[in-house]
Write a protein that binds this ligand. Sequence first.
Ligand SMILES: [Zn+2]
Length: 386
Amino acid sequence: MHHHHTNPTHNTHPTRRDFLRTLLGTGLAGVTVLEVSFFRAVLARAQSPGAGNNLFDIHKVVDGVYCAVAKPAAMINCNAAIFENANDVLVVDTHSKPSAAAALIAQIRKEVTQKPVRYIVNTHFHWDHAQGNSAYRKAFSKLDILASEPTKRLMVRETESRVKAQLEQIPEMVSQAEQNKDKAKSAAEKVFYDEEIRQLKAYELEMKNFSLELPTITFEDSYVIKDKAHDLHLSFHGRGHTAGDVVVLCPQKGMVATGDLIHGFFPYIGDGYPREWPGTIDAVAGLEFDRILPGHGPVHADRSRMAHMRNYIEELTERVARGKRAGKDVGELQKTINVSSLESLAAHGYGDYLAENIVQFWHYFGTHVELQESVNTNIEHIYQNL
Ligand SMILES: [Zn+2]
């Protein structure tokens, strides 16, 4: 996911009770028990802002493989996949800021292992997956940072200007949170917005003098780490969410970490290759694995959400391409390509599932965003990137 605040936002402010009803109400056809428990956990945290100091919930997936699922935050953090090797550790993705990565390092030491982190992987160049790199550099004397060549190129080209643009948006986000606080109906809600404001200001302060720690090892197609505990295969399968997404496969454990190429949230296509993305997912599907450790959201116990995401991107891209060929502009397409007309969203409750994700994500900002608005953002990005 690529969280951006230029998204048109609506000015309804659901109360926490509405949030509860939306999350746990009857509109969850096709959403699995695992997914519901994820929503419940998200909700519990939303109700007790600042209650837990940890930024992540670390789940043991199998022996030696853990998923640090990011809790909601004002500046979103990605998940980290953690592979415990015989003598060291490999961590996939590093979150939105060095202090978030430092918090995870402390949590790994406490909850997973004292072994040093020897490798980090940046699945792609986005801010919420790479800006914590320097925390690992500081904490561990022997460290390699792994990424594809396109990812390193994009980091060099894009990061500085994007961080600058993002920091310029923070005052506006703070003032929005202050307005939400003024309208808050309960003391708990006020506390919640105070916490959001605190996080935004802390991010601004921390990132003022930020410079990105770049990958030290890059590769074109694949890079294999053979460890006594298991093998770790880093591989590029084509363009998708970005030009350089890689996945990390552990064949012995049947696990693949997929960054934002495959996850249970709404796909962000602003830097994407919509025509190629479904084929890239098909190529990843050719690997042998049982579970997916995604860049955002809960661990996938099977391949179903992967297929739903793939089909949605393919169908929407097809519709946008047809409209563009017929001479229609973005606005016309946003009016005619309705959520209800997309078969890939109707199938298997995928649209409901995405809608819940959107609600819980934007709720953090006191904002309600409809599924159609997110589809419209995808339409715009596909149109631009076709
Ligand atoms: Zn991303």
